[in-house]
Unconditional design. Structure first.
Length: 103
């Protein structure tokens, strides 16, 4: 294995360096998230975010997350929205540079 497209070595692949450490600026992450309709009341958003954070941090879930090579993050709705905007901008640029078109 040449490396992994992550910020740092992965715990389940400790022998594989991150490409960035080898001078290749390649970081690709996958994520799962919860999306809701626009205009959802702030109180509902807060309750959902709290429930998600509680579930993500539940100790009994840790072995399952490890098994799936998932690092749960419950940074909240604002951080998730910012990450989505960054991903759309990043991958939109990649698609434009590659000439990808929606059909």
């Amino acid at each position: 294995m040449l490396g992994v497209a992550a910020e740092a070595r992965l715990p389940d692949l400790p022998q594989a360096p991150a490409f960035r450490k080898s001078g290749v600026d390649l970081v690709v992450t996958s994520w799962f998230g919860v999306l809701a309709p626009s205009g959802l009341p702030a109180g509902v958003v807060a309750r959902l975010a709290a429930a998600i954070a509680q579930a993500a941090g539940a100790p009994e879930q840790a072995p399952r997350f490890t098994q799936m090579s998932v690092t749960p993050r419950a940074d909240g709705p604002a951080a998730f929205a910012a990450m989505l905007r960054e991903d759309v901008a990043r991958w939109g640029e990649v698609a434009r540079a590659a000439g990808v078109r929606v059909q």
